[in-house]
Design a protein around this ligand. Structure first.
Ligand code: HEM
Length: 502
């Protein structure tokens, strides 16, 4: 076969094709750089591959961080033919996303994200549809208690369910991945569907399974290849698995939406889905806003909220427990503060301002765990000159959150888990500008308020009841803090003991 391929006519046509591609590439690169503008610098690229050969495709953030040391806070890399401008360091990321919020505030919708959302919902949409869905969702989340007492009660209730599950292991080592994920998903489910699911409910289990698989696959090397060369999709197993999981995931949401519709009563608003249907009814005569209230946007938004609200929060909580087991002296201080300030009574959000050390530990967990390392890519809405560089409209922009949360010029000990980053000399909690796990600006996380309540209440309830330790026979040093591969960073599979303190 190979010999046949090398036969003269075949070889000649392959050489012809290569020469053609090279000519196109040379034309393309000379054309892009003849506009007399100063473009962000970057490493030399290869034809077709761009800079892919210089990136670790399963740790893209780490490779980009390395390149930023050489090329500075605003630089260009090519994923194949796609130009990406990377923003690195707290100063550049904040300046772009906050001071130039409009210019840097579009979403870049990669082929994979397009396959997932088809331009609907909130996370992977743009334009008037995105604006309307974001505004409506924020208002509805607030109506359902984001940042208020109502949702606090729901979270505390879920903490008790979770603690019962932990108790069942009677202090023996176990992997908490699934139950932590079920607990977090029940908070967003209470808002979206007006109910929580039993941890054994197959619908909950399937949705969480799909969600986890979608996020894992989205961070694999072959998906980076797919986003660069989408025509390869059908030959890539990870892309086919991604599509299968996305379809199953969507079907679950469609069924839940349809079930709620059967009992819909515009006078009683039970959940986000009811609020959407009521709004749709009230806007039936309004062309301008009404056009956005269709089924694709409903299912898309619900999928976005469930996806964005489940994995992120549960992962951060899993990191927090792993870090407590790894650093028992820090866990001692957390439990000492809890015993002194709260004792055995029910913890509430009100307690947070009297628990500065715990607040610092939660912030430091978010900084150190860095769970969305490359944020979700943005795009420029118009031509912009930024830090002296010209960036044209429609350029993909990657705000490298790793470079903000680990910025050496901002953090005293960036590579060490150190709650003192958030404490002053008197032990009072201090805010830090470079604390940006939720990103910033126009596309910043819209669930931040809810996530912060969940992190505080789940963490404190669990630490009030349990002491977290490595599995028997394992030392703290052996607990591995290397993240698993994925679009979001979760801990590697591990087991911990939750030993009851009472
Ligand atoms: C620890 C928890 C969380 C973290 C670290 C986190 C982080 C992020 C980040 C980095 C982004 C991208 C922002 C950007 O493009 O610049 C984002 C977007 C988003 N997050 Fe979160 N998130 C968390 C929890 C949640 C929760 C609980 C919800 C749901 C209520 C949520 C809903 C969203 C949505 C809808 C977007 C898209 C916003 C838009 O495109 O306009 N997130 N989040």
């Amino acid at each position: 076969m190979f010999e046949e391929f090398l036969q003269a006519p075949a070889l000649a046509s392959w050489l012809g094709l290569l020469a053609g591609l090279l000519a196109v590439y040379l034309l393309y690169s000379s054309w892009t750089f003849q506009d007399n503008q100063k473009h962000p610098p970057g490493p030399r690229r290869l034809p077709l591959l761009g800079n892919l050969h210089q990136l670790d495709l399963e740790k893209v953030d780490k490779s980009l961080l390395k390149l930023s040391k050489r090329y500075g806070p605003v630089f260009t890399v090519y994923f194949g033919l796609k130009k990406v401008v990377v923003l690195a360091g707290s100063k550049a990321v904040r300046q772009a996303l906050i001071n130039h919020a409009e210019e840097f505030g579009e979403r870049e919708i990669s082929p994979l994200f397009h396959d997932f959302a088809k331009g609907h919902g909130i996370v992977f949409s743009n334009g008037d549809g995105w604006k309307e869905m974001r505004r409506f969702t924020l208002t509805t989340l607030k109506d359902f208690g984001m940042g208020k007492r109502l949702i606090e009660e729901k979270i505390s209730e879920e903490c008790h369910n979770l603690m019962e599950e932990f108790e069942k292991h009677k202090g023996k080592a176990f992997d908490n991945t699934m139950i932590m994920t079920y607990a977090a998903s029940n908070i967003i489910s209470a808002i979206i569907f007006g109910k929580r699911f039993d941890f054994k409910d197959p619908v909950l289990r399937d949705m969480v399974e799909n969600d986890k698989e979608i996020i894992r696959l989205a961070g694999t090397a072959s998906i980076v290849i797919y986003n660069t060369f989408p025509m390869l999709g059908p030959w890539l197993k990870n892309w086919r698995d991604f599509m299968k999981n996305t379809e199953d995931y969507k079907q679950h949401f469609l069924q839940l939406v349809n079930k709620l519709r059967e009992t819909f009563n515009p006078d009683i608003c039970r959940c986000f889905i009811d609020a959407f249907c009521t709004r749709k009814l009230s806007l039936e005569d309004s062309d301008a806003q009404g056009v956005h209230y269709h089924d694709d946007n409903l299912v898309g938004s619900v999928m976005d909220l469930f996806g964005a609200g489940t994995d992120t929060t549960s992962n951060t909580l899993r990191w927090s427990l792993l870090l407590m087991a790894k650093y028992p002296q820090i866990q001692d201080r957390v439990q000492e503060e809890l015993s002194r300030v709260v004792g055995d009574r029910q913890i509430t959000m009100e307690d947070r301002r009297n628990l500065p050390y715990i607040d610092a530990v939660i912030h430091e967990t978010q900084r150190f765990a860095n769970i969305v390392p490359t944020s979700v890519t943005h795009s420029t809405s118009r031509d912009v000159t930024f830090q002296g560089y010209f960036i044209e409209k429609g350029t993909t922009v990657l705000p490298l959150l790793t470079s903000v949360l680990y910025d050496e010029s901002e953090w005293e000990t960036p590579n060490t888990f150190n709650p003192s980053h958030f404490l002053d000399k008197e032990g009072k909690f201090i805010k830090r500008d470079a604390f940006l796990p939720f990103s910033a600006g126009r596309r910043a996380c819209l669930g931040e308020g809810l996530a912060r309540m969940e992190l505080f209440l789940f963490f404190t309830h669990l630490l009030q009841r349990f002491r977290f330790t490595p599995a028997p026979g394992m030392s703290e040093d052996q607990l591995d803090l290397t993240p698993a591969v994925g679009f979001t960073l979760s801990p590697l599979p591990h087991q911990l003991c939750a030993v009851s303190r009472h």
